[in-house]
Write a new protein. Structure first.
Length: 159
């Protein structure tokens, strides 16, 4: 079975706002017959808005392929074996974005994220396999990957 998981947007937070702004400016430039400025800006906006990272997992061959999906169309990445990894773990993350204004006000945005990682020989999280919004969903996914890839589950110790 081949599983494709989207891990995260390459550009997120305030950069998405910049990508949308570039897209609006590009469309405006093209409509005003300044296509030589609008078209390159349009491609920059598409790159910012639609490039993301993911992983393709082949459970039968026990191979993985981390990749970037460029413009949401072109996938690039190299296939590798699961053999160098010794297990799986669950890591909780918090994404925090701070935006500072000139009047010294701070806007903060935070979101929780749970990721299933492959564990390397040093017993450290090495390669993300899946990103989930809830811990229960991540735990369930990790259990499935453990069965499909025949890998044990490790807990990460905090020092």
């Amino acid at each position: 079975m081949i599983i494709n998981n989207k891990i995260q947007q390459t550009f997120s937070g305030p950069l998405v706002f910049i990508g949308i702004t570039f897209l609006i400016i590009a469309v405006t430039l093209v409509l005003n017959s300044l296509w030589y400025l609008g078209v390159p800006l349009f491609f920059v906006a598409l790159f910012i808005l639609f490039t993301w990272s993911g992983i393709e997992i082949d459970t039968e061959k026990r191979t993985i392929r981390p990749f970037y999906m460029l413009f949401g169309l072109f996938r690039n990445g190299k296939q590798m074996s699961v053999e160098p990894y010794i297990g799986l773990t669950l890591v909780s993350m918090q994404k925090v974005y701070n935006i500072y204004s000139q009047s010294n006000h701070t806007n903060r945005s935070a979101s929780d994220d749970y990721r299933v990682y492959l564990v390397d020989k040093r017993k450290k999280p090495a390669l993300p396999l899946k990103s989930c919004k809830t811990q229960e969903e991540a735990q369930s996914s990790m259990d499935e990957f453990s069965i499909w890839l025949n890998l044990p589950v490790y807990s990460i110790r905090k020092h």
